[in-house]
Design a protein around this ligand. Structure first.
Ligand code: NAP
Length: 283
């Protein structure tokens, strides 16, 4: 079997088109233009490139973007001050604070200080709690929301499926499990203390690999025909690779390319969340 592609780039394009259309229609009705405020602390080149890409994605669909750069010596209080200003700025729909921030910054305090309605990353505990409770008004975190959206739009049946998520981080694994559960999958969450990882992955109709360990999932660990989502971004010999070993594409029914699977979906969901944050504030 050669797996069908869970093409994150193509599905992300669809989402940008839909959001772009919704923004134009909103403006034509006299509605407000959504705005994404981005914040970078320090001069980390990868963070700068990543945020610039997100801003380009926003502008391309008619969402305004506003860039805030703070020096690497910024204190938590100074970042809290900016966060508070952006919370109160009525023109700002969504706030993205790029991570990792320099070590002296207490990101927990900063995330807690965000207005949950403007938390387009879905990191605030109010949003995490609403998502955990299965309530529709919580902002879903971008990567897990992107994974589920990708599966749904590619026609992978989630309801009733055995879904196995490898990795239980608050950023990826845990919320992905919750979103799959909300769509009525039977979910197993695996981690480093899982006794026999293969025993679980071999039963997975949907397998989400988010461990950040290259070659963790060998082809013998994959159920024939399974939908496999390779979230991880490991670097090997200057190339991005995920968690999958060679030959998984011969066994899986569906497979994300890596790169080109979850990454583009993550950025698209940020843009969708920003549009939805504005709609929530000003229907
Ligand atoms: P993380 O915080 O390091 O969490 C990794 C998780 O994997 C942990 O729960 C860990 O278990 C589990 N794990 C590690 N080794 C394992 C093993 N041998 N067997 C079973 N479980 C194992 O990482 P993260 O933030 O969730 O990110 C995961 C990967 O996704 C990273 O490569 C990251 O770069 C990538 N990522 C990609 C995107 C994207 O847009 N494509 C977005 C976010 C993250 P314990 O809890 O027991 O330690």
């Amino acid at each position: 079997m050669t797996a069908r592609v869970l093409d994150g780039r193509a599905v992300a394009r669809q989402i940008y088109e839909e959001v772009g259309k919704a923004v134009s229609e909103r403006l034509a009705r006299g509605g407000s233009r959504p705005k994404l405020a981005t914040v970078i602390v320090g001069e980390d080149q990868a963070s700068i490139t990543y945020v610039e890409l997100k801003q380009r994605n926003a502008r391309a669909v008619g969402i305004e973007s506003e860039d805030h750069r703070l020096p690497a010596t910024t204190t938590t209080d100074e970042l809290l001050e900016l966060t508070e200003r952006l919370n109160e700025d009525d023109s700002v729909s969504g706030i993205l604070i790029q991570q990792p921030a320099p070590k002296q910054i207490d990101m927990r305090r900063v995330i807690f200080a965000l207005d949950p309605v403007k938390d387009v990353d879905g990191f605030h505990p109010v949003n995490a709690g609403l998502v955990a409770l299965g309530m529709p008004d919580g902002v879903e975190p971008n990567t897990p929301a992107g994974i589920v959206e990708l599966l749904e739009r590619c026609g992978v049946a989630i309801e009733g499926a055995n879904a196995v998520v490898v990795g239980r981080s608050n950023l990826v694994g845990k919320p992905t499990a919750l979103l799959l559960l909300r769509r009525n999958a039977t979910v197993t969450l695996c981690h480093t203390r899982t006794r026999d990882l293969a025993e679980h992955t071999q039963r997975a109709d949907i397998l989400v690999a988010a461990a950040g360990r290259a070659n963790l999932i060998g082809k013998e660990m994959v159920k024939p025909g399974a939908a496999v989502v390779d979230v991880s971004t490991n670097w090997e010999g200057g190339h991005q690779v995920g968690d999958l070993g060679p030959g998984v594409e011969e066994v899986a029914g569906w497979l994300t390319p890596n790169p080109g699977g979850v990454g583009p979906m993550t950025r698209a969901m940020l843009i969708k969340n920003t549009y939805e944050a504005e709609v929530r504030r000003r229907p």
